[in-house]
Design a binder for this molecule. Sequence first.
Ligand code: NCD
Ligand code: ZN
Ligand code: ZN
Length: 419
Amino acid sequence: RTLDGGGRHLLPGLIDSHVHFRTPGLTHKEDWAHAGRAAVAGGVTTVIDMPNTLPPLHTAEEAHRKAELLAGTTLVDHRFHLGVTGDDPSPLRSVGPREATSVKVFLAGHHTAPDVVRDPAQLEKVFRTAAEAGLRLLLHAEDDAVFGLLDSWRGAPAGYGGYERHRPRSGGIVAVARVVELVRRHGTAVHVLHVSSAEEADLLTAAAHTGLPVTFEVTPHHLSFTATETSRTGARARLSPALRDRSDRERLWQAVVGGEVATLGSDHAPHTRAEKLRPPAEAPPGLPGVQEMLTAVHTGLRRRAPEDSPDAQLSCLARLLAERPAGLFGLDERKGRLRPGLDADFVLFDADERWMLAPGAIQSKCGWSAYEGWTMTGRVLRTVRRGETVYSHADGQAEFGSPDGRWLDARRPGDLVPR
Ligand code: NCD
Ligand code: ZN
Ligand code: ZN
């Protein structure tokens, strides 16, 4: 729910269930001090971090160690998605809901994908193990065998078909169909990440209608840009899965507005400017977005449905960025609702302010944004996390609170004890 405060709205603190904050091992790209500031400046009070770090996060013990490492370093409350290898998914059996409720699986490789499960028998085992352990699988659903086939047919170097043809849609569609079949066989709950094409959205919605435990995520990038942006700016606007066509983008919007999409995730995946300027085949895919997500998606919603009330639009965003991710990832007893005196996470949002993201306002360590020069509609004025103002903004000045973001241990419904 949102409350109307005369053009200013109160939203629940947002949960970004898809970020890459790069600790450990990749801290030249991003760290939790910078990313925490980016998060709260974007109205995000809780993030769930992806496991593709160096080394990657695989076990419950590693989750505890990572939480210790982060203590006192960041503004934002956090949880982790685990990673898994195809050789040995058995560590998943000893993961309790306290440590993690979800596991990311890469079905295809790219620069920052350390664990890729391609072998069909290993994939079966991962799906079976996750189902038995009660863990939700998060899928990076692309197929690099399909990419390889197309590259060789076009005579392009392996793994690369030019910016605008990089990782074509067919690789995503094939992988999504495979995932749906695996869910049908094993009953594993899955959440398909960064869905980029109309066909993937169609397939996943159809699968959900048959009663399969399948949900999906869309990113602000796929809602905001098309492949034209990648042709124009090169690697800067390249991510994996790639940006697609206008008709895909509009199909994704339809899925957001019509309730097919379960969550928005920023896929905040910073790389340095220098890395992005490397020759095309070596430039890593991914762009920052935790700071930009709420305003970017709000801007797009306004443009597409100007007749809808701001309250209806913000309710839609609160559902996709708080209520649904809280429910999917075991945070609903702790986050995602306004619970004054208990969580007290909320965001004061001016739905009408029009502004531009200036380079000096970018909080990510990478220091750049694909949304520079955009006119955004709607701005975060204040972010409160567990009762403390962690971000406020007045007269062009940003102020931040203290970096005491916490690792949230998810409890099962009913376990909640007042603090
Ligand atoms: C992400 C990264 O850089 O970690 N890149 C991306 O293009 N999305 C990884 C990922 O989400 O697959
Ligand atoms: Zn991914
Ligand atoms: Zn990602």
